[in-house]
Design a protein around this ligand. Structure first.
Ligand SMILES: C[S@@+](CC[C@H](N)C(=O)[O-])C[C@H]1O[C@@H](n2cnc3c(N)ncnc32)[C@H](O)[C@@H]1O
Length: 350
């Protein structure tokens, strides 16, 4: 039995499933899901993330967290939370950096929200005693201000896809073709969801879990104060497009090929996340990754690293390019801050 067999049997019995249901099964099925069974992050795995490109990324987020804590009035109790911490590299670099802010680590109660058992084990190896784990944000106690970081978490939260046809919107679903293979198709009945005007052929993605996370962060920060920093590839303005992508061994592969054996993502829908957060009474703002890192001082940090290790000049230059160049991660990746009203987190000042 494989996940493909299980999904085929499910579809044969109950009809096609939504793209969101397909993503959830591929990523989180307890027996066959990618994150449940075989997450492979890093050079030798399926994909690489910014904290693995360079220590500069996590260090500057650590500086952002410490400076946010100062601007919040140095609360004596703080929940420092990371959602979807991967192999723990980002939190490791954050913790190394914030220890330079006197009093921060004494105030911080550090939580990792992780659903993947193998990644939890990896995080425990790297971060040890300093952190605690939760399976969902709701499990992390409130009652103190929050500083929350999530890099490449929104893109794992599933989306439904709708396609505008000549007669209206239809939902894109995963069914079986004449040979019994998994295949995309469109529902024959019009989609009931409230969708924007569009031209025939355009694809609209809607992620209820992404919007729900925006609302959850908004409610938490409205109640307890603080800020969340969400970093991901995605759109800063509402828009159209099929962004479902599967990565295996750093190559794009067919999302229907070998379900559960590739990382499957959609673009973050930042406008929806920010709207859901604002509806809870908090503020939200967005920058490109290039602008965020430039404002946080990545140029000066790169120069300092080069001065300390002149032999690594070329390598540090390549890392900098990867993080901020417009044709690499600099423009596609966005950094969104959700924060309590009355102050502006570092880098987001006008
Ligand atoms: C693409 S990895 C990003 C890892 C890390 N943030 C980094 O930058 O290297 C996605 C992470 O989110 C976790 N994850 C996926 N879905 C999740 C969910 N619904 N709740 C919490 N964590 C989730 C995965 O297990 C993994 O740790």
């Amino acid at each position: 039995m494989s996940l493909r067999d299980r999904l085929s049997a499910l579809i044969a019995a109950g009809g096609p499933i939504s793209v969101a249901q397909y993503m959830t099964a591929c990523l989180h099925d307890p027996d066959f899901g990618y994150y449940a069974m075989r997450p492979a992050i890093g050079e030798t795995g399926d994909f690489i993330t910014a904290p693995m490109v360079s220590q500069m990324f996590g260090e500057l987020i650590g500086v952002w967290a410490a400076a946010s804590w100062e601007l919040m009035g140095r609360p004596a109790e703080l929940r420092l939370i990371e959602l979807g911490p991967g192999d723990g590299t980002l939190m490791g670099d954050i913790l190394k950096t914030v220890r330079h802010a006197e009093g921060f680590l004494e105030a911080a109660d550090v939580w990792l929200v992780e659903t993947s058992p193998p990644l939890r084990a990896l995080q425990a190896d790297g971060l040890g005693e300093r952190v605690r784990w939760a399976a969902s944000l709701a499990e992390v106690p409130g009652g103190a201000p929050t500083i929350l970081i999530a890099n490449e978490l929104l893109d794992c939260l599933p989306a439904r896809q709708f396609v505008r046809t000549a007669i209206g919107w239809s939902e894109q679903v995963v069914g079986l073709d004449a040979d019994g293979e998994l295949a995309f198709g469109l529902t024959s009945t019009p989609a009931g969801a409230l969708l924007p005007d569009a031209q025939p052929g355009q694809v609209f993605e809607q992620s209820a879990p992404q919007a729900a996370l925006g609302a959850q962060l908004g409610a938490r920060i409205a109640a307890d104060g603080g800020a969340a920093l969400l970093i991901d590839y995605g759109r800063a303005e509402p828009g159209f497009g099929d962004t479902l992508q599967a990565l295996r061994r750093h190559e794009k592969v067919d999302p229907l090929d070998r379900p559960g054996e590739a990382d499957l993502t959609v673009h973050a829908d930042f406008p929806a996340v920010m709207a859901a957060a604002r509806a809870e009474g908090v503020d939200a703002a967005i920058l490109t990754q290039a602008d965020f890192l430039a404002r946080m001082g990545i140029g000066a940090r790169a120069e300092a690293l080069v001065r300390a290790s002149p032999g690594r000049t070329g390598r540090i230059g390549r890392q900098l390019t990867r993080l901020i160049a417009a044709d690499e991660m600099g423009e596609l990746f966005k950094v969104c801050a959700i924060h309590s009203p009355g102050w502006t987190p570092p880098a987001f000042e006008d």
